[in-house]
Design a protein around this ligand. Structure first.
Ligand SMILES: Nc1ncnc2c1ncn2[C@@H]1O[C@H](COP(=O)(O)OP(=O)(O)OP(=O)(O)O)[C@@H](O)[C@H]1O
Length: 576
């Protein structure tokens, strides 16, 4: 319970602290004010009940008609308060949701947490991206609803109990085992006792709902993720006739949803068996309890209805916990999921291992670096290596040796390892085998991650020409979306290399970034790149010797923790 409250407090601070969060507080105050005004209308309606039924009992037509007019006036005010309140609450929700989402996104991107948290096995965090979308929404939705209701209910309770106290002046007198017992103002005591017992039963019956709601969210997210993944890999699935396998996976994930849903439905049914009859009787019981006073002539008919109405309000207000149990369970579940996510994201930004430090002499050096997989399997040993600025290198090693892991370690992304990597204080560009083309037009794809307006039209055209892709320039926006999806692997790699022409980094680390090009194309694009950036350092990881790079040093990593000479193509390679 304390943990849930501290999660809620932490997340609420993030809601208030973000952009628009303080304006949200004004909305919160307004919504609360309207809620409290609504309580005053309810208090007035209790008094109206006595006036109306007393007028009825006296058969006073004028007074009855006046009370009917007052009733419609009160209802009109109540409706206006309710509608304005729910509109302002929606404005509040979007403000706080934005603040919370921005805070979650900040942590998600800081220190590349989105990368470090990609494996569930590594951190126990499922579908973190969906937490940003779904849990931020659920949390703010439930928080604003439940917090405002809690405060208005406390105020309402005080008002209604005060009314009930002033009305129920009569005691309940009975004898038990020969002892005469008299409970003064028993209607006031009966209300909380009734609700306390009912809340206890509700909590006992509904306790498993929190974990079931938590699990439901997770399974729904797993299902959505599998569908999104299929969309991303349609081509590979279609070529492999993978429909049956995909269908199987989706069916499995949906079965998991259905299983948990059944558990949720069963539990809600059990809870409903108690809360539903409770809900139905809560409005009648007060009348039955006050009947002895009416039947003995101590209260008028109007008084009986007024006491009934006041008791009803006390019980309904106290029962808020019972009726809101499911919402409170969802609030608690979303708060703990989000807090777990934020904590994991903050933890992911801790210093990377191997240690990345600034190199003293513009060189890139590896000292005593050893890497292992997230599961703890040690990768092939790495020798101490040193890369001089302005040179070109080709690194070769058997498949699975750990070349890509090494590139990620240099980029500061590989946290599983030890040793020290000295990096030059220069701009480094890393190109993976499968380049990422963001959504947007061709300029956006080429300028990524810079903004498209950062470069002149001529620069884009030159970059495209250097990689032999000038024809793409003619493709306008809607057609580009289709063209982007249809780009071959080699064309995507060329576009990624065109980005290097635009950004002109000092160090270029290519991890099989030309693997999809034919030898002629590779010779052309690498030759053009080296010519355009003569002072840059090239580190190229590939299974075959690079073409077009000019003079380079070759490093073959072996499983004996060392390098060995590579047979040089004549006149091009110096071995290390
Ligand atoms: N996220 C991960 N979780 C578990 N194992 C991983 C992960 N990433 C890489 N590995 C493992 O680490 C080893 C090295 O992978 P890496 O991609 O660095 O190899 P590589 O030398 O680049 O191979 P290739 O030449 O085939 O691209 C492989 O056995 C791979 O399965």
């Amino acid at each position: 319970m304390t943990a849930v409250l501290s999660h809620i407090a932490l997340l609420t601070r993030l809601c208030v602290g973000g952009p628009g969060g303080r304006a949200g507080l004004v909305y919160f105050a307004l919504v609360l004010g309207l809620g409290l005004a609504g309580v005053q209308v309810s208090v007035r309606l209790i008094a109206w009940t006595a006036d109306f039924y007393n007028a009825l009992q006296k058969l006073d037509v004028d007074a009855t008609l006046r009370q009917i007019a007052i009733f419609f006036g009160l209802i009109a005010i109540s409706v206006a308060l309710f509608l304005t309140g729910s509109y302002l609450r929606k404005m509040l929700q979007i403000r706080w949701r934005r603040s919370l989402t921005e805070a979650a996104l900040d942590r998600w991107f800081a220190g590349k947490a989105y990368w470090h948290l990609r494996d569930r096995s590594d951190n126990g965090l499922d579908n973190p991206d969906q937490r940003i979308a779904e849990d931020c929404r659920i949390f703010v939705d439930k928080l604003t609803g439940e917090a405002i209701e809690l405060i208005t209910n406390i105020v309402a309770l005080i008002s209604f109990v005060a009314i009930l106290w002033s009305l129920s002046t009569f005691p309940l007198a009975f004898t038990l085992g020969g002892v005469a017992i008299e409970i003064p103002r028993y209607m006031v005591w009966a209300a909380p006792l009734y609700v306390a017992i009912s809340s206890g039963v509700t909590h006992w019956l509904g306790r498993p709902l929190k974990s079931l709601a938590f699990e439901q969210q997770r399974r729904e997210a797993d299902f959505r993720f599998a569908l999104t993944r299929l969309r991303e890999h349609v081509e590979a699935v279609a070529l492999a006739d993978g429909e049956a396998a995909e269908r199987r996976l989706l069916s499995q994930r949906f079965t998991a949803i259905a299983q948990n849903w059944r558990g949720l439905a069963n539990r809600e049914l059990i809870l409903g068996c108690f809360t539903r009859p409770y809900f139905q009787t809560v409005l009648r019981i007060p009348l039955f309890l006050a009947l002895p006073a009416f039947l003995t002539g101590r209260v008028t008919f109007g008084g009986l209805m007024q006491i009934g109405s006041a008791f009803q309000n006390v019980v309904t207000t106290l029962s808020w916990f019972i009726f809101s149990y499911r919402d409170l369970a969802e609030l608690a579940a979303s708060a703990s999921r989000l807090s777990h996510f934020l904590k994991a994201a903050e933890g992911a930004t801790s210093a990377s291992r191997p240690a990345l430090v600034a190199g003293p002499d513009g060189r890139l050096s590896l000292r005593g670096v050893a890497l292992w997989t997230p599961g703890g399997r040690t990768l092939e040993p790495l020798p101490d290596l040193s890369f001089e600025a302005g040179e070109a290198y080709w690194i070769a090693a058997p498949s699975g040796h750990g070349k890509s892991a090494l590139v990620k370690a240099i980029a500061g992304l590989w946290r599983h390892g030890t040793g020290r990597i000295e990096r030059p204080d220069s701009r480094m560009a890393f190109l993976p085998q499968q380049p990422y083309l963001p959504l947007g037009d061709l300029r956006t794809a080429l300028a990524y991650p810079a903004a498209p307006e950062d470069h002149e039209t001529g620069a884009y055209q030159q970059a495209l020409a250097a990689v032999g892709m000038s024809h793409l320039w003619e493709i306008a926006e809607p057609a580009w979306n289709d063209a982007r999806r249809g780009l071959s692997g080699g064309e995507r790699q060329r576009l990624a290399l065109a980005r290097i022409h635009l950004h002109r980094p000092d160090w270029i680390i290519l991890d099989e970034a030309t693997s999809a090009l034919d030898p002629e194309a590779e010779q052309h694009v690498l030759g053009a790149l080296r010519q355009a950036l003569p002072g840059a350092t090239f580190v190229l990881i590939a299974h075959r010797p690079p073409l077009g790079l000019g003079k380079y040093r070759a490093i073959r990593l072996t499983s004996r923790s060392g390098t060995e000479p590579v047979e040089p193509p004549t006149g091009v390679v110096q071995t290390v």
